[in-house]
Ligand binder design. Sequence first.
Ligand code: GDP
Ligand code: MN
Length: 350
Amino acid sequence: GKYNTDPKFNDTMEYIRQYSGKPGAKPRATFLTLLRNEDADDMVRTIMNFQRKFNDKFEYPWIFLNDEEFDTSVKEVLQKTAPSIKMIFGTIPKEHWSYPHWIDQDKAAQGRQKLTEMDVIYGDSESYRHMCRYQSGFFWRHELLDDYDWYWRVEPETNLHCEVSYDVFQWMQDNDKMYGFTLSIHEFEATVSSLWTSVKKFFRANPSYKNEYNLKKFISNDGGVTYNLCHFWSNFEVANLHLWRSPAYRHFFDFLDREGGFFYERWGDAPIHSIAASMFLPKEKIHHFKDIGYHHPPYNSCPIEDKIYKSNKCDCDQDKDFTFHDYACGQEFYAAQGIEKPINWRRNVG
Ligand code: GDP
Ligand code: MN
């Protein structure tokens, strides 16, 4: 590949700095959507919304990836939705979306059955597990992303609630932020039962990857003994691709992949991204976009501060903001960062 994977970079920020654009430079950035052909109509609505609220002004390109070939009609209908935007369609290599040889397929089937009996969402789905593994360990290796430093992950059926009048990528780059999110949430315990045991094993063997000023408090309430299930809701991410390309993250993903939990349990990319970002980065590199109203079924981020709501011309219901709900992890995030919550943060706590 194009990027240095020399393991000498224990410091993830030092690794990222080799490649990432400098403040003031034009960001090498793209929208990124993993999409199935049958979800094209939902995606059309999402593109129209993102164009109107943000990208008509900034005209960033859009990369679509699929584990199957995109239908010609899908490519046409998406491109027609925003004719001036450069849209690029890619297929995922089979070896990034299949079972590694070390996975015991019978054990994987038993794992699916167990989660199905527990009524866990996607408990029985094989494709969902491939998707989560792909979003954890592979999208940032796709050659179509080679020329980019930044991506904004967008899913079909999502939309922005407010106008975003500034260039979010430029803001990330100029302010030296590496990972931006809107909503956070607690994971279903059954999907990650053994994840934290594996994470602890990894950091015992590789203590130097851990950043001194990390955000570990966001993911553990007891100094690292247990995982509190908090994660950034990764269906929305504005992040630096080099974070995932770094030696620390590659090593982390490869280790977790060998542990088998993507298939034996149902490890999500959200807990994995969140644990990695929280441990490898100084906490100030992780940013909550409290000004970006966002919807992914069934939750909303809707700015509860009237000043932001009005100036960004939001069209959402502030009573439905999930940010500080007990089931979300906004309270944990603000506490871990040591920053002030909005004065009316208790508005929708539970
Ligand atoms: P959820 O948000 O956890 O309910 O999961 P989604 O069904 O929204 O999937 C997450 C992302 O992966 C979305 O962008 C989907 O379009 C995409 N996705 C999920 N499963 C597949 C799949 O089997 N193939 C492809 N190409 N994309 C998928
Ligand atoms: Mn989704």
